[in-house]
Design a protein around this ligand. Structure first.
Ligand SMILES: [Zn+2]
Length: 428
């Protein structure tokens, strides 16, 4: 078996992992864009076809852990080469909605090709193995800020690899992580653990749970009648917290636009069943243009409104804000703080300007979609890989050996190319 980390050993986002069997079958796990630095989305060397061609050479399938843009991004190129692409069913639906929405405003040939490629994606299901020649891949559900995320157990040549993708232990389904590992992963006797380490390099002392975030949101909604929330449209847990807070305060609605409404319907259909009624967004309300009507009829007692930084929302807010009492308005920014922190490498002037457009009260309220140090330790200790721990999706200066692990496990941390018995590890 050969494990190649094409990208991700020393960066967050844009991770590409290849697993090849001795007979030459090759699969890729995730192939997305580098995370944007500021507003510059064009800094990805893989945007040049001559750089992506060698990575795709001889690949039999691409498996995506979830739908975030740093994991899925080159679907049209891959589709054109006839390489099958696999993803979870809800992730496929969310990508179709997202690409379809952009296509509506920007009908370019590139976006059409992207949409067509996503329509061709094959979907996998949790706990159901898929065979690609002599490689078997089994997805297991994990909690993340994307609602349909998986880790993979990959088996070939009598060896097993666990690739975690992005994950966390909180969120409304995060508690399932440890039982899943103990029930399904431990018995597989994992040889190599490929694990994300996003939070290792971020000193986020305030890593609150999604449930605590709900409580803080509720308090805020008691204080302000009109609460605008800027969060990722496809973060099912965050929107559940907002919807739940709206319901707790009572008499209010959660205003959403047409795109967001369709996304929520997809969450309800795929996630909001059985014990997970938190994914039924009962307070959602599709707002239409006539604001005085909305305010007098539907939202007399206030609202929470999901907003995004685009011209439609700017126009809507320009019309609506003069009708509201500013003292009762609050904007909650519920995304990565780096985007709105001047001098941070991820700073986005456009987003910064948007949140400062109006004279509303401002509040930062967010929690990460990634595993805390304690969760990373729990996974390493429980999985106890026999041969290697390969940390990816992490800052270059972070060190897995700083975690509270046994010396035996620390000695298995690998960040450079090496061979262990019959497993070759290539780090690019
Ligand atoms: Zn992600």
């Amino acid at each position: 078996m050969i494990i190649t980390i094409h990208r991700g050993i020393n960066q967050i986002g844009g991770c590409i992992t290849e697993i090849a069997s001795a007979s030459g079958t090759k699969i890729l796990i995730d192939l997305g864009h580098n995370l944007p630095e500021g507003e510059n989305r064009d800094n990805d060397p893989l945007d040049k076809i001559e750089n992506i061609d060698p990575i795709l050479d001889g690949v039999s399938a691409v498996f995506y852990t979830h739908s975030h843009g740093d994991h899925v991004g080159f679907e049209a190129v891959i589709d054109k080469k006839g390489i099958p692409q696999y993803i979870g069913r809800l992730s496929k639906k969310l990508l179709q909605l997202q690409r379809g929405n952009i296509l509506y405003y920007h009908p370019t040939p590139e976006l059409r090709a992207s949409k067509k490629a996503i329509d061709n994606f094959t979907t996998y299901e949790a706990n159901k193995p898929i065979k690609i020649c002599d490689i078997t891949i089994t997805p297991y559900y994990v909690s993340h800020s994307a609602p349909d995320a998986y880790m993979f157990v990959v088996e070939c040549d009598g060896r097993t690899v666990l690739h975690t993708g992005d994950f966390r232990e909180h969120g409304y389904r995060g508690k399932g992580l440890k039982p899943t590992i103990q029930k399904y992963i431990v018995p597989r006797n994992i040889d190599v653990l490929v694990i994300e380490g996003t939070m290792l390099g971020r000193d986020d002392s305030r890593m609150i749970s999604e449930a605590t975030l709900y409580e803080e949101l509720t308090e805020l909604m008691r204080k302000y009648k009109y609460v605008f929330v800027m969060c990722t449209s496809q973060d099912a847990d965050r929107i559940s917290s907002i919807n739940h807070a709206v319901a707790t305060v009572g008499g209010r609605r959660m205003l959403v636009d047409g795109y967001q409404y369709k996304v929520l319907e997809a969450f309800e259909k795929e996630l909001g069943q059985g014990n997970f009624l938190c994914y039924q967004y009962k307070r959602k309300h599709y707002f239409r243009k006539n604001w005085s009507n909305v305010l007098d009829k539907d939202c007399k007692r206030g609202f929470a409104m999901l907003v995004r930084n685009n011209c439609n929302f700017r126009k809507a807010l320009d019309e609506m804000m003069p009708l509201l009492d500013k003292e009762q308005c609050c904007l909650v920014y519920s995304q990565f703080k780096g985007y709105i922190t001047p001098k941070h490498s991820a700073f986005m002037q456009n987003t910064y300007d948007f949140i400062h457009t109006f004279d509303w009260h401002f509040m930062y309220l967010h929690t990460s979609g990634h595993a805390s140090r304690e969760t990373l330790e729990m996974v390493c200790k429980n999985v106890k890989p026999k041969m290697a721990i390969i940390p990816i999706h992490r800052e270059a200066r972070s060190d897995f050996r700083e975690l509270n692990l046994s010396e035996e496990l620390k000695n298995k941390v690998i960040t450079q190319s090496t061979s262990i018995e019959d497993i070759k590890i290539v780090v690019k």
